[in-house]
Design a protein around this ligand. Structure first.
Ligand SMILES: NC(=O)c1ccc[n+]([C@@H]2O[C@H](COP(=O)([O-])OP(=O)(O)OC[C@H]3O[C@@H](n4cnc5c(N)ncnc54)[C@H](OP(=O)(O)O)[C@@H]3O)[C@@H](O)[C@H]2O)c1
Length: 305
């Protein structure tokens, strides 16, 4: 099968190569998915899980890409709940070969049915950003109607989901970003916009929840804006500041079938919009990832035309 691999951790995106790989085989409780579309996050090549398995052994050359939408083509031993021919979408295991390939082996519990009226490209754009927003707001941040959210990077893939889900849940949303992001952030439903390049974060809030996708000084300034008993929810991997009276959670998103179904239902009903910035094909993906252009929104790779 055609697949994109990486072999050299130091090479970054320049080390991505389109090549031929053997088709994967299904392990216990796996499905094999014929990938129709894949989602891409440029920071993947910096994640340790791209380079080692769960025991810490090198897994180069590895196939990156962790979001997918496609069709189940085979079932592993013991797999239940899904059938061959079913449309699915979900998140591939961080430590296994991923979705920039014509086929991938994935645990069945990591995918959910993709409704027939949702395009594969839309399906592949939702799992990581949608589930990250959902889990950060509702599981870790325990957001309630009437609370306020400071949503950083609100024009980005995760931030647009945070903004929409928080607003629909009855929260007051203050979205942040670069000056040029103002219109997009307000269009995705933020009540207010803070221009991180020109406005003072100190003038914001206080808020019940800060959803941080940026870190650094922005995180440090933001914690002072959290109300007593509020939360800093971060996905940046490093907590650099803590509220004096509040909860801090830094987490990595997990696949969840029922949450994926909730997200798909909202998209079907027009309550949630995806934020696809760039679309390419598997053949053109290496060039697209090396173009030097900063992706705006989600990058989706159409693996099958
Ligand atoms: N832990 C987890 O489970 C998890 C899950 C998903 C994502 N992540 C991580 O979270 C981060 C965000 O992911 P994403 O997919 O939402 O990325 P994204 O689509 O690039 O969104 C990030 C947004 O923040 C903006 N931004 C970044 N730095 C900024 C700054 N200093 N001032 C103003 N705006 C700034 C970006 O603007 P520009 O594009 O103009 O820079 C962009 O609009 C990534 O590092 C990703 O690896 C973690």
């Amino acid at each position: 099968m055609k697949a994109i691999i990486v072999n050299d951790e130091a090479a970054g995106a320049a080390g991505l190569t389109l090549t031929e790989r053997p088709e994967p085989t299904a392990a216990i409780n796996d499905v094999i998915v014929e990938v129709h579309a894949s989602g891409w996050i440029s920071t993947e090549l910096e994640w340790p899980s791209t380079w080692v398995d769960r025991a810490g052994r090198s897994r180069a050359p590895s196939i990156p890409g962790h979001e997918l939408a496609g069709v189940v083509s085979a079932l592993g031993y013991g797999t239940t709940g899904l059938s061959v021919g079913q449309r699915v979408f979900g998140i591939a295991d961080w430590h296994r070969d991923g979705t920039l390939a014509e086929y991938t082996a994935i645990e069945a519990r990591n995918v959910a049915p993709l409704p027939g009226d949702l395009d594969f490209a839309v399906g592949a754009s939702l799992p990581i950003s949608g589930l990250t927003a959902w889990q950060g707001l509702f599981q870790h941040g325990r957001l309630q109607a009437g609370q306020s959210v400071l949503a950083h990077g609100a024009a980005g893939a995760v931030g647009t989901m945070v903004t929409q889900l928080a607003r629909e849940a009855g929260a007051y949303v203050i979205g942040t970003g670069r000056a040029a992001d103002r219109e997009k952030v307000l269009d995705f439903g933020a009540h207010e916009f803070v221009d991180l390049e020109n406005d003072a974060l100190d003038d914001v809030g206080p808020v019940d929840l800060v959803f941080d996708v940026i870190g650094g000084e922005i995180q440090k300034t933001s914690v002072a804006r959290i109300k007593p008993g509020g939360s800093l929810v971060s996905i940046t991997g490093v907590i650099e500041a803590r509220p004096t009276d509040g909860l801090v959670v830094d987490f990595v998103v997990e696949a969840d079938r029922s949450q994926l179904a909730e997200i798909a239902r909202r998209v079907q009903e027009g309550r949630l919009r995806t934020n696809i910035g760039t679309t390419t094909t598997l053949d053109d993906a290496v060039a697209a990832f090396n173009s030097g252009e900063r992706a705006k929104g989600k990058t989706v790779i159409r693996v099958r035309p």
